[in-house]
Design a protein around this ligand. Sequence first.
Ligand SMILES: Nc1ncnc2c1ncn2[C@@H]1O[C@H](COP(=O)(O)OP(=O)(O)OP(=O)(O)O)[C@@H](O)[C@H]1O
Ligand SMILES: [Mg+2]
Length: 253
Amino acid sequence: MAPSDDVILRTSGLRKEFKGFVAVDGVDLAVRRGSVHALIGPNGAGKTTCFNLLTKFLKPTAGTITYNSRDITGMRPAEIARLGLVRSFQISAVFPHLTVLENVRVALQRRRGGSYDFWRSERVLARLDDDATDLLEAVGLAAYRNGTAGELPYGRKRALEIATTLALGPEMMLLDEPTAGMGAEDVERTAQLIRRVSADRTVLMVEHNLSVVSTLSDRITVLARGQVLAEGDYDTVSADPRVLEAYIGTGHA
Ligand SMILES: Nc1ncnc2c1ncn2[C@@H]1O[C@H](COP(=O)(O)OP(=O)(O)OP(=O)(O)O)[C@@H](O)[C@H]1O
Ligand SMILES: [Mg+2]
């Protein structure tokens, strides 16, 4: 297999300007198929902007994004989701008044492209319940299935978010700070969950928690001032004096 065949997501010269301010400045990123790839960097480095470009929530000023060798630069979020590139939902996208199980069922129905078919057979509905139950078990939410999503503790809500994302059957998942705002116990559980879901898919995550990054990531791209500062495994980038300097420079070390 040629090396380029191993790359599932690639950006080339990715650039984003906000009224003349360059937030992302010529980023070349190559995410290997099957890897867990982390995007890190000090505050204001351009991580979120980069993430929003990849998930099509922002339009690049210049540059291209390819997914499975297909140019997706001009596509909308729904289009890339259909190609298997899915962003974890924002918390607000969890329906708080539905039960945990119902939230996953809704996501599974979306995957099937289903609007609400009132003629759907009992058998199909039972199948949906089985699949939803499997997903809830996978993310450690089986015990919460009949509670409403709104009542879930914060860390469990993020697990539900991952379950509803998995329900869409992504080939590649984009996670935006999956452990943000969590206590140590939830961080640990979420890290284990990401490891589990990454077993048979590619994961790209923006993550602030460097301990999570070090345990999960196969490869790390360090951004600073909108540019790629360093890239490699954790040992490589953490030993890079420029990386240390970038973090110290922003009081972030
Ligand atoms: N909509 C916007 N308009 C103007 N400037 C923006 C906008 N979004 C981001 N920026 C600027 O672009 C730069 C990069 O921001 P971004 O949010 O991508 O950084 P980040 O790496 O995610 O930082 P953090 O670690 O604080 O989340 C910052 O200087 C920010 O102020
Ligand atoms: Mg950010």
